[in-house]
Design a protein around this ligand. Structure first.
Ligand code: FMN
Length: 359
């Protein structure tokens, strides 16, 4: 018996061995100061490595900051210097050696930067570790976040360059997929949404202006990323706001533009930009947004969010709602979920030879 979940998937010249992929998840576990600041260490290697041995076809390494001020927490991974490239090289190389595809999400946290590691509480990082965040407009995310500094046009140009430099380093580290983080109310998503973007220059106001930074970043990343390798973009398809938020209609319109600009797959999430959002969280609740983008634009999509059961994941693919599924928390619970799903679906189960006794 075969399962759609375990069919290979080819984008450009890259073939991913199956359609069960690991969603990017911040570990907030890098050193904060010194020569190893933002460098992936033993935790990161064990964490990503075990999901690769567990059978995920593509590992998307967590939001990795393109600049120090673009970190969510002080302990985030970074890709703004060459020591950080070297730390990530071990992960890309190990993931690849397991037959999985190494990918990485590059990110700038914008107005949601400089927060405490989540398990140490809400709110800003301790004074000695924090910095002043930047954003499209001087509007705070909520009462736990500071008022950010509005980026100048020079500042915007610098950010675009930082994304390109980070992509170049990701490639040098051995990654085969780069994902631009445009979701969850971080910098690029903040520009997209009229809820957080109140600018009156060429980067605010109309749909064309709000999407300008995202497309400039995509162009800059595409220019340094090889033709034969795919670029992903993660979006929040809706802010879930009744007024003045980014909408699913805008996502569809924007997806068509992303496709023209060389994005190969849209990773469709939702929310995260604050305001009085009402989110109907439940199993697969974001899948319809991915399905709509795929149906209306033809752009390949990955679905994410409370996908936890093998039959559920298989149905999403078999129905043509998405080209792949991304699992987050379920892969934290069970690193070998893909192998379990293959067993449950009656598909051929592959494992590293060291684990062949336990198939
Ligand atoms: C601990 C944790 C860290 C996360 N970090 C990121 C991140 O770095 N980038 C991102 O786009 N989403 C991040 N997310 C969101 C996940 O990628 C995913 O979209 C979300 O958890 C929903 O999927 P799930 O229900 O399978 O967990 C994070 C989620 C968790 C639980």
């Amino acid at each position: 018996m075969s399962a759609a979940l375990f069919e290979p998937y080819t984008l450009r010249s890259l073939t991913v061995p199956n359609r069960v992929w690991m969603a990017p998840m911040c570990q907030y576990s890098a050193e904060v100061f010194g020569p190893n600041a933002g460098v992936a260490g033993d935790w990161h290697l064990a964490h990503y490595g075990s999901r690769a041995t567990g059978g995920a076809g593509l590992i998307l390494v967590e939001a990795t900051a393109v600049a120090p001020e673009g970190r969510i927490s002080p302990a985030d991974l970074g890709l703004w210097n060459d020591t950080q490239t070297e730390g990530l090289r071990r992960i890309a190389s190990f993931v690849k050696a397991q037959g999985a595809v190494p990918g990485i999400q590059i990110a700038h946290a914008g107005r949601k930067a400089a927060t405490q590691r989540p398990w140490l509480g809400r709110g800003p990082a301790p004074a000695e570790e924090r910095w002043q965040p930047v954003a499209p407009s001087a509007v705070p995310f909520d009462e736990h976040h500071p008022v950010p500094t509005e980026l100048t046009e020079d500042g915007i140009r610098e950010v675009v360059g930082q994304f390109a430099d980070a992509a170049r380093r990701a490639l040098a580290a051995g990654f085969e997929v780069v994902e631009v983080h445009g979701a969850h109310g971080y910098l690029i998503g903040e520009f997209l949404s009229p809820h957080s973007n109140r600018r009156t220059d060429a980067y605010g106001g109309s749909f064309e202006n709000r999407t300008r930074l995202a497309l400039e970043v995509v162009d800059a990343v595409r220019a340094v990323w090889p033709e034969e390798l795919p670029v992903f973009f993660r979006i929040s398809a809706t802010d879930w706001l009744e007024e003045a938020g980014w909408t699913a209609d805008e996502t569809v319109r924007f997806a068509a533009l992303l496709r023209e600009h060389g994005v190969d797959l849209l990773d469709v999430s939702t929310g995260g930009n604050g305001g009085p959002a009402r989110i109907p969280v439940g199993p697969g609740y974001q899948v319809p947004f991915a399905a709509r983008v795929k149906a209306e634009t033809g752009l390949p999509v990955a679905a994410v969010g409370l996908i936890t059961e093998s039959a559920q994941a298989e149905k999403i693919l078999a129905n043509g709602e998405a080209d792949a599924v991304l699992l987050g928390r379920e892969l934290l619970r069970d690193a070998s979920w893909p192998r379990r799903a293959a067993r449950e679906l009656g598909a051929a189960v592959s494992a590293p030879p060291q684990y062949a006794w336990a198939i």
